[in-house]
Ligand binder design. Structure first.
Ligand code: PLP
Length: 420
């Protein structure tokens, strides 16, 4: 592969406290080859790769510290419990929550949204109530609301998008009313990259007494989050999109909202005392964590948070911004390439089509060159349909991606076109 001649030179921040090449050394998988080419992992929106600090933490836990938690009366149970609860405290600090008790461990964002829908939603939604959901949301922040809305005879109301992929703020303000019980919106779109004005939208929603759930699946790996500054009622994220393990994530809830919530699953861990006559329950967050949780996952998530927060995050953000701008300019040199979404505030997600090529074919061609991207509807069909599409290609960048990898993407797209 050669660097296309038309490409403008990269203008990357240098010496500013962050070096992607140093970071790449932490990721063993980034040094493998695929189809005879060095791997170019541009599928970070689906899942990020794991640094050795996370891999080693998981291996060490299973090799020398594995135990169930909370109920054991022995040293290893106490150690595992401490590590698990230590992770809860780390997640709380990572999100800017005031207390670890505001953090519920879940499988990931999808489970967090379903938990809120099934507990808070079932208790608080009634006939004629409305849930406002921007049209750019991931299916996991649409379908759980549709399910509970049907049961409670409430309505899911889409908030339209502007052509550049921002949420139409005038429409949002018009749609808000005293019927609105909840606004469910993502902190960054997994298809368009848009970062909505979450703090402002939350403040407006609160004026109508509505609660706000923020889906942080795509934001946490890209910029620091402060749930108290956002004034979010709920905030959800997945560990595997944050350089951590799969099967673990967190739901933040404001203390007064969380403590009013009823259990959604019954079993061990979530009770105080069980009797056939009367069962009493544990306090949150344990109330919402029935059964044995993903103990290793939580400990691995703590390692991922420690790894990420050890970096100079403003420098990482500046680097990702420059890399995204470089990728946008570079992709513009590919004939017939149409990039979806151009919101001024965005993360490093680049979704596109190439005229004359099916997105699945584009992804296959890139895969032949060792470049991993995703093709399809990206679990955000309403967002794609906003652009009249059912399918598109998505290259999603993370802090360990480089201009050289963007060049490889562009060169591979151009050589695909030259082959035909
Ligand atoms: N929300 C957004 C914005 C996402 O991008 C994703 C996954 O791609 C999810 C929610 C669901 O995350 P998970 O599958 O980890 O539950």
């Amino acid at each position: 592969m050669t660097t296309p001649e038309t490409l403008p030179p990269p203008e990357m921040p240098t010496g500013a406290g962050f070096d992607p090449e140093t970071v790449r050394r932490d990721f063993p998988v980034l040094h493998r080859t695929v189809n005879g080419h060095p791997l170019v992992w541009l599928d970070n929106g689906a899942t990020t790769q794991k640094p050795r600090q996370v891999i080693e933490t998981l291996a060490a836990y299973y090799a020398s510290a594995n135990s169930n938690i909370h109920r054991g009366a022995h040293s290893m149970a106490r150690e595992a419990t401490e590590a698990y609860e230590g992770s809860r405290a780390a997640v709380a600090a990572f999100l800017g929550a005031a207390s670890p008790d505001s953090i519920v461990f879940v499988r990931g964002t999808t489970e967090a949204v379903n938990l809120v829908a099934q507990t808070w939603g079932r208790a608080n939604l009634g006939a004629g109530d409305e849930i406002l959901v921007p049209a750019l949301e991931h299916h996991s922040n649409i379908v759980p609301w549709q399910l509970i809305a049907k049961e409670r005879r409430a309505r899911v109301v889409p908030v339209p998008l502007l052509p550049d992929g921002r949420i139409d703020q005038d429409a949002f303000a018009d749609l808000l009313s005293y019927r609105t019980q909840l606004v469910a919106l993502s902190h960054a779109s997994n298809v368009l990259g848009t970062i909505p004005a979450v703090r402002e939208m939350t403040a407006l929603a609160h004026r109508y007494g509505a609660r706000v759930l923020v889906d942080g699946a795509q934001s946490v790996a890209h910029f620091p989050v402060d749930v108290q500054a956002l004034d979010a009622d709920f905030y959800a994220f997945s560990g595997h999109k944050l350089f951590g393990p799969t099967g673990i994530g967190a739901l933040y809830g404001k203390p007064e909202v969380l403590t009013a919530m009823r259990p959604w699953q019954g079993g061990g861990n979530m009770i105080d005392s069980v009797d056939f006559g009367r069962t009493t329950f544990a306090a949150v967050p344990h109330l919402l964590e029935a059964g044995t949780g993903n103990i290793a996952g939580a400990i691995g998530l703590h390692a991922a948070i420690d790894w990420l927060t050890s970096l100079d995050r403003p420098a990482v953000e500046a680097y990702e911004k420059a890399l995204t701008e470089y990728a946008v300019r570079s992709l513009a040199t590919v004939p017939g390439l149409r990039l979806l979404g151009s919101a001024p505030e965005r993360i490093s997600v680049l979704t596109f089509t190439v005229a004359g090529y099916d997105p699945a074919t584009v992804a296959e061609c890139l895969d032949q060159d060792g470049i991993a991207v995703r093709a399809g509807h990206h679990c955000a069909q309403p967002a794609l349909r906003h652009y009249g599409l059912e399918s598109a290609v998505r290259a999603s960048l993370a802090l360990y991606n480089t201009p050289r990898e963007v060049d490889a993407l562009v060169a591979s797209l151009q050589s695909m076109q030259q082959r035909d």
